[in-house]
Design a binder for this molecule. Structure first.
Ligand code: KG4
Ligand code: ZN
Length: 353
C-alpha cells in the first residue's frame, strides 16, 4: 500500500510517498524559511503564498522520485491541523481536489501525531538517509519538541493515546527562536543558540524552571522573559530598554553565557518531565519528534538520565516533512480508520491531541 502525504502546516511545502508505513519511497520539500529569516520568524501570509507556488511541483516530485504514477497510489494523507490557517488551506484544498479527481481515499492527519510517526520509517532506497533500525514498540512515550509544539504523549497502541502534558504558552523551539532574536543570532534560533552555547558557561546565569499545575505540563515564556531581563542587566540598562537594541551592546562572551544557561534550562524542563513520565508509565520505547530533537544538549541530557537508549530518526524526518504524514496515513488505511470527505474536509488550525 502506497500513500501520498501532503504537509503545509507552516513554512515547508512537503510531500512524500510511503509504502506500508515503513518504507520511504520519496520525500520532497521546498521551504520558504529563507523568506522569513529577515523577520526573525514565520510570516503567515508569505508562507501561504509560497505554498501556492510550490505545491504542484512538489506533489509531482514526490511521485516522480518514488517512480509512481497515480495508478500506484492507494490514498492521500494530508495535515489538516494544527498549523497556520492560510498554509493548511493550500495543502488541504490540494489533497481534496486530488482525492476527487484521482478517485483516492483521503485521510486527515494531525500534524503533531505525524511527528512521532516519522519514527516508524525503517527502510528506503533513497540515498543520504540514516533511518531507525526498527519501529518503536508500544507502550511508547512520545516527546514532540518543535517550533510550534511541546507535548508529552503516551501511546498504548496505534490510535490509542493519552496526552500527558503540553506547553501552556510558547513551544520550546519558539523560545529558542525568541532568545536568538534577543541575542542577535540568526533564525531559526535552535541551531544558532546551540552553536553559541558551546562557547558559554551553562551555570553562569540561573534561569527559572516554571512550576506548572499539571504534572507533565511545560511553560517557556518565563525563561524567555528572564533572558531579556538578564541581558538588560548585563549591559546596565533598565526593563524598558528595547530588546532589539540589546545584541549590539552585549559582548560575544555575554551572549555565549546567556545562550548556554538558557539552553541548559529549556532542555532540562522537557527532560525532567520525560524522565518523570518514563518512571510512572515504564514505556517500552521513547521516541522524539520535531526540530528541537536536533539539539545536542537535549540528546546529551536524555542519554545521561534516561535508562533506555533512544533511537533517533534521520534529522530530515524530524523537522516538518510529508513522509511523517504519509506514514501515519498508511496506519490510518491499514487499521481501518475512517476516511475524510473530500468535499467537506476543513482545516483545524488549533487542533489538539
Ligand atoms: O519541527 P520543526 O521543523 O517545525 C515545527 O513544526 O515547528 O521545528 C523547528 C524548530 C525551530 O524552532 C528551530 O529553532 C528548532 O526546531 N531547532 C532546534 C535545533 N534545530 C532546529 N532547536 C534546538 N537545537 C537545534 N539544534
Ligand atoms: Zn512540526
Amino acid at each position: 500500500m502506497k500513500i501520498l502525504g501532503i504537509e503545509t502546516s507552516c513554512d515547508e511545502t512537503a510531500t512524500a510517498v510511503v509504502e506500508d508505513g515503513t518504507k520511504l519511497l520519496s520525500n520532497a520539500v521546498l521551504s520558504s524559511m529563507g523568506l522569513h529569516a529577515a523577520f526573525g520568524g514565520v510570516v503567515p501570509e508569505i508562507a501561504a503564498r509560497s505554498h501556492i507556488e510550490s505545491i504542484t511541483p512538489v506533489v509531482k516530485q514526490a511521485l516522480d522520485d518514488a517512480k509512481c504514477t497515480w495508478d500506484d497510489i492507494d490514498g492521500i494523507a494530508v495535515t489538516y491541523g494544527a498549523g497556520l490557517g492560510g498554509s493548511l488551506l493550500v495543502g488541504v484544498l490540494t489533497a481534496r481536489t486530488l482525492a476527487i479527481t484521482k478517485n483516492k481515499p483521503l485521510y486527515a492527519i494531525n500534524h503533531v501525531e505525524g511527528h512521532i510517526y516519522a519514527n516508524f520509517l525503517t527502510t528506503t532506497p533513497l540515498p543520504g538517509y540514516k533511518l531507525r533500525e526498527k519501529q518503536p514498540e508500544f507502550p511508547m512515550l512520545g516527546l514532540i519538541v518543535s517550533g510550534g509544539h511541546s507535548q508529552l504523549v503516551l501511546w498504548k497502541d496505534h490510535f490509542d493515546y493519552k496526552l500527558l502534558g503540553q506547553t501552556h504558552d510558547d513551544a520550546i523551539g519558539e523560545a529558542f527562536d525568541k532568545v536568538a532574536k534577543i541575542l542577535g543570532l540568526p533564525y531559526p534560533g535552535g541551531p544558532s543558540v546551540g552553536q553559541k552555547a558551546k562557547q558559554g558557561d551553562p551555570c553562569c546565569f540561573v534561569f527559572p524552571k516554571a512550576k506548572m499545575p499539571g504534572k507533565y505540563d511545560f511553560s517557556f515564556s518565563g525563561v524567555k522573559t528572564a533572558v531579556l531581563r538578564v541581558a538588560q542587566k548585563e549591559i546596565g540598562e533598565k526593563h524598558d530598554f528595547p530588546s532589539h537594541k540589546l545584541s549590539e551592546r552585549l559582548s560575544e562572551a555575554q551572549k555565549a553565557n546567556i545562550a548556554a544557561s538558557f539552553e541548559c534550562i529549556a532542555v532540562e524542563t522537557v527532560v525532567d518531565k520525560t524522565i518523570l513520565a518514563f518512571e510512572e508509565f515504564q514505556p517500552k520505547s521513547v521516541v522524539i519528534g520535531g526540530g528541537v530533537a536536533a539539539s545536542s544538549e537535549l540528546r546529551r541530557q536524555l542519554s545521561e538520565r534516561l535508562p533506555l537508549p533512544i533511537e533517533y530518526q534521520d534529522f530530515k524526518l524530524m523537522t516538518d516533512n510529508g513522509a511523517m504524514i504519509a506514514t501515519l496515513g498508511c496506519f490510518h488505511a491499514k487499521l481501518g480508520q475512517p476516511t475524510a470527505d473530500p468535499y467537506t474536509l476543513d482545516i483545524s488550525p488549533n487542533l489538539s491531541m
